[in-house]
Structure formats: C-alpha cells, structure tokens
Design a protein around this ligand. Structure first.
Ligand code: KIV
Length: 305
C-alpha cells in the first residue's frame, strides 16, 4: 500500500526527494504536461514529476518528430506548466541543438528554462558524450536529468523509434553512459525503450533514480506521455503505453453535441444568456431611432450607390 502513496503529498517535490524515493523503494511517478490546465490536473492527481517534454512537438504542435521544437517553445510551455503546478517537480526538456554545439550554449539555454520558464531542472538526451555538458550545468547550479537509451532527437541516426541496446555490446555501452551521467552529477536518469533486464541492472548499479519509459518495471519510477494515456495521440499508440481514458472520444462527443445545439437553436439557452435592464434597452432604442432618423437616409443612399 505505501508504494502507492506519494512520498509526502503535502510537500513540494525537490530533486533530492527523488533520491529519497529510491532509498525508500517508493516508485516515482512522472508524466508529461505542456500547458496550465493539464499541469493543474496532473499535479492535483499527485504525480511527483511533471516533464515538459519536447514530445510537445508531436503531441501538441503536430510535427512528426521532436526536432523542430525550439527553445522559445520550451520556455513558453514550461512557464505555462509552472503556472499550473503547486507540488510536483517541473523538469524542462532541452530541445534539439540547444545543448549539442557548446556547453556554453547549453548553459545559456538551461538558464532560460529555469529563469524564464520557472523549471526546477532540465533534461537532456545523450550518454558519455554529453557528460561534460551535464557537469558544466550542474556546477552552475542547474539540476540535470539525463536521458539514455532511445533518444528521440537522434531518430534519424537510430533509424526510427526502436528499442535500443538489445545486444551485449550495446548494453555495455548503455551502462557506461548511465555511469558517466551519474558521475557528471545528473540527479536522475530517464531510460527510454531498452530491455527490462538492462534497465533493472542499471537501476541496481546507479545511486541516482532511474525513470523508465518502455524500460520495464525494474526502474525506480515511470514516465509516460499524457496524450498517450488519455487517448489524445490519434491512432498511433507506442507499445509501452496504456490508455487509461479515451478523452479524445469524450471531446468528440461534447463538440458534436455543441454543434448540434448551435444548429438546432438549443444553444445558447436562457441560462447562458444575459439581458439588458428594460429601461436601458428602451433608452438605447430611442437613441438609435433618432440616430437612424438623421443618418439612415444617407446610409441607404450610399448603399444604393
Ligand atoms: O519528450 C518527452 O516527453 C520525453 C519522455 C518521453 C521521456 O522525453
């Protein structure tokens, strides 16, 4: 039962809380959100971490990858999520090309996500090769969540959104990546689409918590994309996701009912209507009659011309 309860539902979640979760073997619950109303709902539902993922490029901006997402997009959506969040830790994704070129670029971009967006931490994709950048951010006081395994910003290099590290050699590289990220100071690590056995091994070897997506039940927590859980992602459903509600169908039904009522005159009804004070109405009618009396002739003449 205790594993079902957030570590302390009344206290705000800090990066250090996640370590305590791992120590207490309490699964960390993370989910994406991209705007104020959904952040408010998932926060009130008691999640520990809200990830403003660059998956927003696909879930809400309609792109077919995360690559077109800009730093401006991330700052804007992060600020919206922060405005709707009271308890959860808000982590903002660093978008494609905001951290790959130089560690200085990365520091400036991460700084904006914290200072302007209000995030408490950033997440960036990659293994050993990004460790020096992680280290630079951490030394500057910016908490970093790592992200290894399937890294969607490298989709063209990976040849699609496929499970990674399936053989012994790739699995060893992945474990080295995880160790390098921990060594660089990452406070937690997303493991995306890797075999469950490997994720479990990484979770055992690391002191920092692992948060899995498509990485089995052996991680210290789970993260999912909100739109997948709610049936808002269209036809495509990743194999690791589970649909907990069909909100898409509910929205369709509600909007169809609204359309029907507008067309048949059922909406707006008396309850949605505001009326004018009768004396004010009478006064505006007489004013209009006087105005139209003096202008109406000219107006009609102009229209004819
Ligand atoms: O962008 C995102 O939503 C993510 C999660 C899938 C981990 O990185």
């Amino acid at each position: 039962m205790s594993a079902m309860v957030p570590i302390d539902p009344t206290r705000t979640v800090k990066t250090t809380t996640l370590r305590a979760c791992k120590a207490a073997a309490r699964p960390i619950v993370a989910i994406t959100a991209y705007d104020t109303p959904s952040a408010r709902i998932v926060d009130e539902a008691g999640v520990d971490v809200i990830l403003v993922g660059d998956s927003l490029g696909m879930t809400v901006l309609g792109f077919d990858s995360t690559l077109p997402v800009t730093l401006e997009d991330m700052v804007r959506h992060t600020a919206a999520v922060v405005r709707g969040t009271k308890r959860a830790l808000v982590v903002a994704d660093m978008p494609f090309m905001s951290f790959q070129v130089t560690a200085e670029d990365a520091l400036r971009a991460a700084g904006r996500l914290l200072a302007e967006g209000g995030a408490a931490a950033v997440k960036l994709e990659g293994g050993t090769h990004v460790a020096p950048t992680v280290s630079k951010l951490v030394q500057s006081g910016i908490p970093v969540m790592g992200h290894a395994g399937l890294t969607p910003q490298s989709v063209h290099q990976l040849g699609g959104y496929k499970t990674q590290a399936r053989d012994a050699e790739a699995a060893t590289v992945l474990l080295d990546d995880c160790a390098a990220l921990e060594e660089a100071g990452a406070f937690a690590l997303v493991l995306e689409c890797i075999p469950a056995e490997l994720a479990e091994m990484a979770s055992e070897q690391l002191a920092i918590p692992t948060i899995g997506i498509g990485a089995g039940a052996g991680c210290d927590g789970q993260v999912q994309v909100l739109h997948d859980l709610l049936g808002l992602g269209g036809e495509f459903m990743p194999g690791h996701a589970k649909r907990y509600a069909d909100v898409g169908a509910l929205i369709h039904e509600a909007v169809a009912a609204y359309s029907d009522e507008v067309r048949d005159g059922g909406f707006p009804a008396e309850e949605q209507t505001t009326h004018m004070d009768p004396s004010e109405l009478e006064s505006v009618r007489s004013r209009q009659a006087r105005r139209l009396g003096s202008l109406g002739h000219i107006g009609r003449t102009n229209r004819k011309a």
